[in-house]
Structures are given as structure tokens and as C-alpha cells.
Write a protein that binds this ligand. Sequence first.
Ligand SMILES: Cc1cc2nc3c(=O)[nH]c(=O)nc-3n(C[C@H](O)[C@H](O)[C@H](O)COP(=O)(O)OP(=O)(O)OC[C@H]3O[C@@H](n4cnc5c(N)ncnc54)[C@H](O)[C@@H]3O)c2cc1C
Length: 438
Amino acid sequence: MIPDYLSLDIPESDKPRLVIVGGGFAGLELARNLKNGPYQVVLFDRNNYHTFQPLLYQVATSGLEPDSIAGPLRKVFDGFRDFYFRMVKVESIDYQGKTINTPIGKLSYHFLVLACGSETNFFGLEEVKRKAFPLKKVVHALNLRSHILQNFEKAVLTADPLNHQRLMNLVIVGGGPTGVEVAGALGELKLHVLPRDFPDLDFSDMKVFLVEGESRLLGAMGVEAATNAKKYLEQYGTEVILDTVVTGYDGQTVFMNNHQSIESHTLIWAAGVHGNMVDGLPHLVVEKSRILVNEFNQVENVPSIFAIGDIALMKNQDAPKGHPMVAQVAIQQGRMLAKNLKAVLQGKSMQSFKYKDLGSMATVGRKKAVVEFPNGLKFGGFFAWLLWMFIHLISLIGFRNKLVTFVNWVWSYFTYDKGNRLIIRRFDKEKTSPVEAG
Ligand SMILES: Cc1cc2nc3c(=O)[nH]c(=O)nc-3n(C[C@H](O)[C@H](O)[C@H](O)COP(=O)(O)OP(=O)(O)OC[C@H]3O[C@@H](n4cnc5c(N)ncnc54)[C@H](O)[C@@H]3O)c2cc1C
């Protein structure tokens, strides 16, 4: 029962109502491009902020504070007319009745856009899901940061050699950009930061393992980038384990399909994502937890619903298996859909979405990165790292976040230090599953 004092409180309008679920890269770009336009826009998100996921790993490794990578949604939409933001989780859709259902009540729509992104895919490994750390939300990054710092504090107090080693070992699963970036940042902490914080610990005991199922890192990039990333990580002492799949984790021991195991209290899961589904769509339009859409991002056979970003699966000649689940696809689809939704009201035809690949990059700790452009230009090292920093800085939401992040990075560059490593809110993975905490 919904208490009668709660209501979504969206007024009627003479404009058609467009409901957007998700204020991530895709939803935000769509809503921004419909500013004071022909629709009444209602945006739902379970958080009151947009998360800049590419820098979550910096929060987890004490490089940045969480508010540097999160943009308050209400501030973004300051000055928008006939626009309503509601911090509410959308639970399901009634596509025949054209309504969405939330814990606060229902809302009807003329058009609905699903932009709810993706969540961590544990590939059915239930115990891993309960004990490993995902990295999809700000709370995940904060929990992981507390956990890592707590482990070093505990290591100082732990005489038992096995337990000590479990506290000092960190294992990352998944050698894509996220896994590589986390491993690089941990390598940097090990080399430059933690030995100063903990003079009573021997950091040659701190081991970082990166486990990847394929025969090389950074599968979406070229061989050169993969080789460079591995070389940079090994310079930090990271042990890169290729062609190996993690098959289980009981909170203390990581089991692998090569019949070996690693003792560790910390398993960071960066091995994949799948769509973050909302209930109620016909089964036929859902494939591998993503929503099948046509070239206009319109859900197959449900013309009043669109899906954009990670949740959308658009298969075409350019992308027979669908587009990569990256920010640029989400942004470009949001922008294109805004144009198409305006066209619909003007009686014009919609234009097909064409993805413009702007290139790929990944950073590996301090002063090193790998970059690839679609025209074949590729390079690694210091200039790649400078470019990586510039691109990420300009992509952050709001001038304040850009400035604070810039100051942090300059400070870190000159001092070899990181942000304040405070354990404000303790996290106990034995009491709360890291994936559910938030
Ligand atoms: C650690 C990490 C690093 C990454 N690094 C890169 C990178 O370097 N470069 C790159 O291009 N991409 C990167 N990505 C991928 C990129 O972040 C995603 O492709 C992008 O965020 C997808 O945008 P989206 O709008 O589809 O979803 P999201 O940005 O995930 O936004 C989805 C939004 O929907 C909201 N939501 C979900 N369900 C509901 C619901 N039921 N009701 C209300 N709100 C809901 C969520 O709160 C969220 O705000 C990274 C991802 C991660 C996790």
C-alpha cells in the first residue's frame, strides 16, 4: 500500500509527456537536448546524482573524493521548464497501459525512454556475488576504499602469517579498462603512498594480482595497447595472470580454473556487466539482459518505448553483436534520440543512429596510459596519460568537479601523495554483501 500522503505530483501539461528512466550518460544527454522543448519531461533516477563511472576506481583507491565524480541532477536541470526530476526507482512498466510503476505510484506517458544502464555480471557465481567487490556505484567505490584501508590497519595488528598475507593480497578479476586501471592505481599506492602511511608494514608483502580469462589484457583495444598495459603493470610488481578464469571465492581464497588459488580478503570483480532490466517488457524484446531496439533505438514492436545506452541492444551491419557498453555510445544515442523525438512531433521521419567511434584509452597508474584512435593512430606512455587526464577532466559534470579533480591530480603529481585516506564509514563484508551495500 502506498501511503496517501505520498504522490509523484506531476502536473498535467498540454505537451506530450516523455518519461526517462535513468540520469546516466544516455538519459542526461537526452534530457539536456530537450531543454524547454516540445515535451513535458519527467526524469526518474534512484539517486539524486549522475555518476561518472570511468573515475569510480579513483574513489576506490583514494585518488578522488566521491563528490568530484558525481553531478547533482537537480543542479544540471536548473532553469528547465516543464521538467520534473523524481528520486524514485522505477519498478516496472505496463507497456499496454503506457504507465510506469514506482513505490510512490504510477505515472502515464506518451513516450518512455529506458536509460537504466547496466549492473555487474557475476556469471551465476552466487558466492562470488556475495563476497566480491563490484565497482558500478559510488557506494561500491566507498566500501572498497574503506575495506582496503581497514585491511592495512588490520595487517599491522595481525601476527598470523596466513591472515597477514590475505590482508596484503588484492585480486582483481577482469583485464578490461576497469581492471587495468584499478590494478595500476593499486600499484601506485603500493609504490608511492602506503609505505609512508604504514612504516610498520613491509610492502614487498603487498601483492596485486590481475586475472584475465583471455590471452591478453584490454581485449577491445589492439595488441600494442595490451602489451604496453601489461608491461606498465608489471613495472609496479602486479602479477598478470592470463588465460585463467576465477571459478569461486569464499571470502578468503580465490579459486581459479588452472587449479591454483590465491589467499586474499579482497576480490574486486571487474569481469563484465549486463543490462539493468526493468520488469514488464515482452520477453521477446530482451536478449542477454539488454533490450532489442531498431535503428532509432525504438523497442521492437513497442513504438512508444525507446531504450538507449548500455541497456539497449542495437544490432546492425556496423555492430552485428551490438555496440560496446561505453559512455560515448550512450551519449550519442541520447543526443540522436532527442532529435528524433522532436522530429516525430513535427511529422518528420526519424534518422538512423550511427555510432562515431572517438577512440579508446586506459590509464595505468602514474604517468602511463594507452590510447588508440579509429584512424589507426596509437601511442602509450606520458603523452597518452596527459591526453587521458584532459579528456576525463572535460567530461566531468560541472566546473566545480573539474576544478577539484584538476587540483587533486596536480597535487598528486607533484607530491606523489593521494587524497586523504580516511576510514569514515567502516565496511564489513562479513556482515553486508558488497554488491547489496547500496
Ligand atoms: C568502473 C567503470 C569504468 C568505466 N570506464 C569507462 C571508460 O573509461 N570509458 C567509457 O566510455 N565507458 C566506461 N564505462 C562504461 C560507461 O560508464 C557506461 O557505458 C555508461 O555509464 C552507460 O551509460 P548509461 O546512461 O547507459 O547508464 P548509466 O550511466 O549506468 O546510468 C544509468 C542510470 O540509471 C539509473 N537507474 C537504473 N535503474 C533505475 C531504475 N529502475 N529506476 C530509476 N533509476 C534507475 C542509475 O541510477 C543510473 O543513474 C565504465 C563503467 C564502469 C562501471
